[in-house]
Design a binder for this molecule. Structure first.
Ligand code: ZN
Length: 498
């Protein structure tokens, strides 16, 4: 680069930083028009920006945790209405350090709201956690500083970043929550066919069977009603799905058990979403379309805030879901199917021509099927020998429990562990580490002193079920530290109480 070009470039940078020119918007490490963003914001830039943008009584920045490598996990609260801001919103991003667009979108939103406060409705209490995994972000890698995939840590909450997220969520109790990720558009499977995945921005809602249907219906309504907004902005948008290219490979919403069931905030009583932007990893410059991804994100973040009537409706539905009694049965084995063999057209982008093709397939699975369920117990009992292993999890999850000081008579259903199916199931496209168990007949017996009792008449009962129910196909016993507690032929340390 010539000296002149370098000078020009730094002048452009200064202009972008707001250091010269108009004094109005707060200094920000990104261009005035977010659609021109070509480089993600680093941890240091973000920390300096948040420091400068904080404004007492309006924008509050707090440190919620320290990462393994000592970086801060920030929470940004934007609130103009004080106590009148009753609609609680939590948007979080960058659990995977190399998935950046959600973070960049949140930072540009903060910049814009700081410059024009009226963008934030007075009844909205908006909380953002733009960079949950700062160590991964700095190294541009998926895992955190301890080498853990945070998105697989929502049961155990063994990592400081995930513990902080759930602590914040329980403190806020959001009515609306969004997890933010990115996926590769140009996977090998697609490239082999001369295609790339069509969407650049996708969204899906909570699917978990423990979430009341009215909440799921409202969420899917928001997924569908975003389509014209994205079309108007020129972004390829559809409901978020996982799977390979059509017509042979399965395409389905993300699994209700592993993905949104645990990682989302739906079972806390929130309208819960995942947004994923599509990245061209093999492109010469994968950041060339960062501005477009950020724009797609911003459209969804703002769309989900809706208007006053929508927010009041969602607040009522979410609060009703929190009071909803538990269902009499718990789904333990679910999967996505195509009931009746419907044929759908799935869009792909042809690389040679740049054209959008519609590929017919019968492998688009959008019907959630429950294949196994068990009666909902009154409580769970954890045997004394396993108590030390479970207590940190119960505490991190904020669950209520008691340790028996003396033996107690109870109707107990033990669950025998049969085997762990470790490999990914290619035929049925099921996740690895399926735990296969057999329920034993109920018996009256004395639970010994030291047994931990986790009752299901508590506020976070749905969360307790997700963590503790021993009959779930995907549960604790695939994880190190718990795997050893499951011996083939022996009862699991958690029993079901009636
Ligand atoms: Zn991700």
């Amino acid at each position: 680069m010539s000296r002149g070009a370098r000078l020009l470039r730094s002048a452009g940078l200064l202009l972008a930083l707001g250091m010269i020119g108009s004094a109005a918007p707060p200094r920000a490490p990104f261009p005035v028009d977010h659609r021109n963003l070509r480089r993600t914001v680093s941890y240091e830039e973000m920390a300096a920006f948040l420091d400068g943008v904080a404004k007492p009584g309006f924008i509050t920045v707090t440190e919620e945790a320290r990462s393994t490598e000592g970086r801060k996990v920030f929470l940004v609260r934007l609130n103009r209405g004080g106590d009148k801001a009753r609609f609680k919103v939590l948007y979080y991003a960058q659990q995977h350090g190399d998935e950046v667009a959600g973070k960049d979108a949140q930072l540009t939103l903060i910049r814009d709201i700081a410059a024009r406060p009226s963008l934030l409705p007075e009844d909205v209490d908006l909380y953002l956690m733009p960079m949950l995994n700062p160590d991964g972000a700095e190294a541009h890698r998926r895992v955190n500083g301890a080498g853990a995939d945070l998105n697989r840590d929502h049961l155990l909450l063994a990592q400081p970043e995930t513990r902080a997220l759930h602590r914040v969520a329980r403190r806020i109790r959001p009515h609306l929550a969004v997890d933010s990720h990115e996926f590769g558009r140009d996977s090998e499977d697609y490239a082999k066919r001369g295609w790339e995945a069509w969407p650049i921005i996708t969204m899906d809602a909570c699917n978990h069977p423990l979430i009341p249907d009215y909440l799921k219906a409202a969420a899917l309504e928001a997924v569908a009603s975003a389509a014209p907004l994205q079309a108007r902005a020129g972004h390829a948008y559809r409901r978020y799905t996982v799977g390979g290219p059509p017509p042979e490979e399965e395409i389905r919403p993300s699994t209700s058990e592993v993905d949104d069931g645990r990682n989302g905030m739906g079972t806390l009583g929130a309208l819960s979403f995942i947004i994923e932007a599509g990245v061209r990893h093999r492109a010469a410059d994968p950041s060339a379309d960062l501005g477009e991804r950020v724009d797609g994100y911003r459209i969804l973040y703002r769309h989900l805030l809706g208007d006053r009537a929508w927010r009041d409706r969602i607040r009522r539905l979410a609060e009703r879901a929190r009071r909803e009694p538990l269902p009499p049965f718990i789904a333990t084995n679910t999967f996505w199917a195509n009931v009746g063999g419907k044929v759908s057209a799935v869009k792909v982008r042809d690389l040679a021509t740049g054209r959008t093709l519609e590929v017919p397939t019968a492998m688009a699975m959008t019907d959630l099927v429950v294949k196994g369920s068990v009666p909902t117990p009154r409580a769970y009992a954890i045997e004394p020998a396993a108590a030390a292993r479970f207590i940190p999890v119960l505490e991190a999850q904020g669950l209520r429990w008691e340790a028996l000081a003396a033996p107690r008579r109870a109707k107990v259903e033990r669950v025998q562990f049969l085997r762990l199916e470790a490999p990914y199931d290619d035929l049925y496209q099921r996740y690895k580490d399926r735990q296969i168990v057999a329920r034993q007949p109920q018996v009256d017996l004395d639970l010994p002193a030291g047994t931990l009792i986790v009752p299901l008449d508590q506020d976070l009962a749905r969360r307790a079920i997700q963590v503790l129910e021993p009959c779930l196909l995907y549960g604790l016993y695939g994880y190190p530290g718990f795997r050893e507690l499951a011996q083939p032929g022996a009862p699991l340390p958690v029993s079901r109480l009636f």
